[in-house]
Design a protein around this ligand. Sequence first.
Ligand code: GLU
Length: 307
Amino acid sequence: MDSPLSKQAVFRFAPSPNGLLHLGHAYSAILNHNLAMAADGRFLLRIEDIDTVRCRPEFEGAIYRDLHWLGLEWERPVRRQSEHFPFYQRALDELIERALAYPTFLSRGEVRERVATFEASGGIWPRDPDGAPCYPTEERRLDPALALNWIAEGRQHAWRLDMDAAIEAAKVKLDGRSLEWSEAGMGPDGETGLVSAQPERWGDVILSRPDSPSSYHLSVTLDDAAQAVTHIVRGQDLFHATSVHRLLQVLLDLPQPLYRHHGLVRGAEGRKLSKSNMDTGIAAYRDKGLLPADLRALFARDCLVLD
Ligand code: GLU
């Protein structure tokens, strides 16, 4: 039987230290924290630093500083993804063993070339929900012995999910139930309530690559389960990624959290905030003499375009 403790709501804020936090992050962190407190639940901070090229210690330091300044408290120790690569590798190995993941060798340029050639002859290459061309599927059929040889020779490669095989394997596990999630917020097109997952729209997503031994999709899904996160509250820009996360949850027998995707904080003229845009960074507001209460009031008054 579940202990009462296992029913406690667990929320998390999971930034990547590849730039400075902006107002959108402040909104997400405050929202998660408030919801956790209101539910008498737990609030976790997770540092998603799998990208060993773009993530930097000074940005991690800035995250702690900014969140402290906002008046947020989180549990220690903080989980840092870069300390758990073997954990993600074990899940990847399992997917490889089940023939749901395969090695790929095409460079970005080669992919671009294939897309351009195909489209020049009148075809429409599938694009993922972020608008990027889906990865070609031809290497699914590569001779495994040859692929292993290439890896042994040190050829650059990435592991990708065989989306068709993964969906078939998930169907078996679901045994007639559909792949969906419960959405308490809203997707970009107003999707709410029970939402049907459409992982096929992403094509053969990446699971590990040379500069990052795990991918966002794999590590976020595994960590949310490892940390017993019950409520995933994050920006609408990650709404469609949930389709892939639900698929991985089913394949790897992980629990299903509840989701709430919130609207994105927009800058002037609806501009999307970016981590490289210093003017909307939390630190910039602090340096201008604003107080955390001013930011909270700004969010509460809906001065920015919020949900
Ligand atoms: N690390 C991701 C980011 O900074 C967020 C992950 C998530 O909330 O699922 O965009």
